[in-house]
Design a protein around this ligand. Structure first.
Ligand code: SF4
Ligand code: SF4
Length: 82
């Protein structure tokens, strides 16, 4: 999963673009639910939130480093195919 850092300026560009509805407003800045973020595996070639973020504040979550297979399984679970 990816992580939004505290540098986020709450511009709201990423939230509507997430295919998994994993992005939500946290207590100070936007946050990503690691249970829902597939790093866009199953939907896009690249994480779309990273593509739209104007300040490049979305990074890999060091507490949720996942293999491509794990992310693909998460995508299948989220879409009811597993
Ligand atoms: Fe959503 Fe994709 Fe960003 Fe994860 S990487 S939060 S699935 S847009
Ligand atoms: Fe924050 Fe970047 Fe999302 Fe804007 S696009 S809300 S700066 S994480």
């Amino acid at each position: 999963a990816l992580l939004i850092t505290s540098k986020c300026i709450n511009c709201d560009m990423c939230d509507p673009e997430c295919p998994n509805q994993a992005i939500y407003m946290g207590s100070k800045v936007y946050e990503i639910d690691p249970d829902k973020c597939t790093e866009c595996v199953g939907h896009y070639d690249q994480p779309t939130c990273v593509s739209v973020c104007p300040i490049d504040c979305i990074k890999p979550d060091p507490n949720h480093l996942e293999s491509l297979d794990t992310l693909a399984d998460k995508y299948l679970r989220l879409t009811g195919q597993l």
